[in-house]
Design a protein around this ligand. Structure first.
Ligand code: F6P
Length: 747
């Protein structure tokens, strides 16, 4: 039968250990046996010597000189006796047999041998030809001063026997070992076959009858297998019938026992700001991450851990820095972390936004990496990991780590909670390996992320870039078939999960119909009822291509003068990261550009660009989407861009045209948008002109296709797919650990 390499390795390791244990046992047994054999041999030699002495005593007692010598020579004819000698009572030599070993004579007897008395004295000694035995026996014990008879026996036969014993012991143990191993293998193989047969019976039984068929031993395994099957079934059903909050809840209930999830994100979903009159107001931050994750948390519940960045954030929390949100209908917990200004500067502004943000976006802003920022980044990642460990109510929580602010957190968390399921989602692009290598701490960041169970990106291209970076900078094994990285025996899946928005969008549902928005927004802006309106909605960020967007509007007005006086472009630009120099200068440039274009074309109160540099709450933004004839998303580089999807969600009237940069993740899905290269100002202007002139039926056709896609690929699917992958990983790990525990040597 074909054996897996790891099974072979385990079998070889087992055999080597078995052989080593047998060798140690054989060695110990023969040592013990030899010692005992020596004791017995000494005793036998002593008895033998005394027997010889007592039979020789009558003749030897009074013999002296030549007659004594003859008697002694006669005694040593015995093959074991090497020599015999007679000594005077004081130990002076008297006579010795032929060939008596000179070194063992009367003169060398120890005092105790001379004083031994009637019982005599004997000892194993090392003689000239190996192990010997010396016995000293008084002759004529009844006399006052008996002469002493010395008998030297050859004991070298004991060593020879010991060698033979060792050989036989080793052979015996080897035979026993071989027979034992063969018997164990046969028994293990038979039990394995019967175990496999039983397992097959259980797995082939109808789903409901499984419990009845399965022996108790299989029950835990069975529940894991059943979970895995349900996961697949739920996933299949999800793919067919669409994802929504209920299905996501179902996944959590069925697959994760209803366990709440822990989200870690720098940005919080609700910010409390002091209103200047002693009260607090709640602000929804402009963040794609919040747009996507907040509905997921509403569906799943749990705890969102974030930096408490609002001026009134800590007036709203309880003693443990928690507040229930959403404020109007609390469903989940928001845990706020206080950061010192030094931490915020180094971790958020410095390393995250002056280092990683420009590193990952191709928008021609040079990344800045400073050691002091790196120190704060590590420190804050550790603090957040501690907070997650605090919030976890089990040793294996599900943790969703969000974005580039927390590349190190998965590794820190893995050390604290080894059994946690950590899903890390990187909301921005991942650059190619060469560019990523610009970061002085590229290895630490990669290693940190590989603490995750799954690392997710918006697109397969970003996954590939990540795998290449791991390949280039870390010692790790890439499994390109499974799209995973194996490091230190632990696997991290690398997967594309294109993020999205909730569907149906609660903000779209809460917004007035398009016709109403159309009229109301034009009224508020002070522009004619029939004005053509374009809209852009972004954080004021250099990756968003806002300058290129204005230049495209300018070119439109140059080349299609018919739109002069008829077309307005409203840019909602939420101030962002304003203490960073690159953002400050961008603010100034955007303002100056809008001013220049307005000066150039403005006439009779018409000014083509309306720049609103302030935070807008979602309802105001959705009204603007519904009122517009086109929405232009001109990002120079963007992980996904949810403004594009929100615009589509808002247009339930099937009107309006989306003009979309090809450098966004969204462009890969929304192919019915007018896809442009924002750097190509002429083509972008032509796309704006096409959008403004597009017949209604074409608008409808395109919008319908995009709405169908976003409704299917919504944020519940994004979260559901990740959680299903996570549950599958969890179950596989559990199953594998159970199988390895139950695995017999033959398996
Ligand atoms: O694009 C990644 C992202 O995290 C978005 O989700 C979010 O809009 C932005 O970056 C973060 O902005 P901020 O620094 O204001 O949290």
């Amino acid at each position: 039968m074909h054996q897996q390499p790891s099974t072979m390795r385990a079998a070889i390791r087992f055999l080597l250990l078995f052989v080593a244990a047998l060798a140690v046992l054989a060695w110990g047994a023969s040592a013990l046996f030899n010692r005992q054999a020596m004791v017995w041999a000494e005793r036998d030699m002593g008895l033998r010597a005394r027997l010889l002495a007592s039979s020789a005593e009558p003749s030897l007692r009074d013999a002296t000189g030549a007659s004594a010598r003859r008697l002694l020579d006669a005694m040593v004819r015995d093959e074991r006796l090497m020599g015999a000698a007679l000594c005077h009572p004081n130990g002076r030599p008297e006579v010795a047999s032929n060939g008596f070993p000179a070194t063992l004579g009367c003169a060398s007897l120890p005092g105790e041998a001379l004083r031994a008395g009637d019982a005599g004295w004997d000892r194993a000694i090392s003689g000239p030809s190996g192990a010997s035995h010396l016995t000293v026996i008084p002759l004529g014990a009844d006399t006052a001063k008996p002469r002493l008879l010395l008998l030297v026996h050859d004991m070298s036969f004991v060593d020879r026997r010991a060698d033979t014993t060792i050989q036989y012991t080793f052979i015996a143990f080897a035979l026993v070992g071989l027979l034992g191993a063969a018997a164990a293998t046969v028994v293990a193989r038979l039990s394995w076959l019967s175990w496999t047969e039983q397992l097959r019976k259980v797995l082939l039984a109808p789903f409901r009858a499984m419990d009845a068929v399965a022996p108790r031993l299989f029950q835990p395994l069975l529940s894991d297998v059943r979970g895995l099957v349900t996961t697949l079934a739920v996933e299949e059903a999800g793919a067919e019938t669409g994802w929504n909050p209920e299905r996501l809840q179902q996944v959590l209930r069925r697959q994760l026992g209803g366990e709440g999830i822990l989200v870690v994100a720098n940005r919080e979903p609700y910010v409390h700001e002091r209103d200047g009159r002693g009260g607090l107001r709640v602000v929804h931050p402009a963040s794609g991450l919040v747009t996507a994750l907040e509905p997921v948390m509403r569906a799943c519940s749990g705890t969102w851990i974030a930096h408490g960045s609002g001026s009134g954030d800590f007036d709203a929390v309880d003693a443990s820095d928690h507040v229930r949100v959403p404020p109007d209908r609390p469903i989940y917990d928001l845990r706020r972390l206080r950061l010192s200004s030094e931490e915020e500067q180094g971790y958020y502004y410095g390393f995250s936004n002056e280092g990683l943000w420009p590193l990952c976006h191709m928008a021609h802003t040079r990344p800045e990496f400073r050691s002091r920022d790196w120190e704060q980044y590590q420190r804050v990642n550790r603090r957040f990991a501690d907070a997650v460990a605090d919030e976890a109510s089990s040793p294996d929580p599900i943790v969703l780590v969000q974005d580039y602010h927390f590349a190190l957190l998965p590794r820190y968390l893995r050390a604290r909670l080894p059994r946690a399921t950590i899903l890390t989602f990187w909301h921005i692009p991942w650059p190619n390996a060469e560019r990523f290598g610009v970061c002085p701490w590229e290895r630490e960041l990669l290693d940190g992320l590989l603490g995750s169970s799954i690392v997710g990106f918006h697109t397969q291209a970003h996954c590939n870039n990540f795998m290449e970076s791991v390949d280039r900078y870390l010692e790790a094994r890439l499994d390109r078939e499974r799209h995973s990285v194996v490091q230190g025996g632990r696997e991290t899946l690398v997967r594309a999960y294109p993020i999205s928005i909730d569907w149906p969008s609660r903000y779209a549902e809460g917004t007035a119909p398009a016709a109403e928005c159309h009229a109301a927004v034009r009224r508020e802006l002070g522009i004619p009822e029939d004005a053509l309106l374009g809209v852009g909605v972004d954080r004021l960020d250099y990756t968003k291509g806002i300058e290129e967007r204005f230049l495209a509007v300018e070119r439109l007005l140059e080349r299609w003068p018919t739109y002069r006086g008829r077309f307005w472009f409203v840019q909602i630009a939420a101030p962002s990261r304003v203490i960073i120099e690159a953002y400050r200068t961008l603010n100034e440039r955007v303002e100056a550009l809008a001013h220049r274009i307005n000066e150039r074309f403005g006439r009779d109160g018409w000014r083509p660009i309306i720049l609103e540099r302030s935070h807008h709450e979602p309802p105001a933004i959705f009204r603007m989407y519904r009122a517009a004839d086109l929405c232009y998303v001109s990002s120079l580089h963007d992980g996904m861009n949810l403004v594009a999807k929100e615009f589509v969600a808002a247009r339930d009237d099937l009107r309006g045209v989306l003009v979309l940069s090809r450098f966004t993740g969204a462009a890969r899905e929304l192919s019915e948008a007018l896809i442009v290269n924002p750097y190509d100002i002429d083509s972008a202007a032509a796309a704006l002109a096409d959008a403004l002139a597009m017949p209604e039926d074409e608008q409808e056709e395109r919008m319908r296709a995009m709405r169908s896609l976003v409704s299917e690929l919504n944020v519940y699917r994004w979260a559901g797919k990740m959680l299903l992958d996570a549950t599958r990983t969890r179950r596989r790990e559990r199953l594998a650990s159970r199988l390895s525990v139950g695995k017999g040597p033959g398996g």
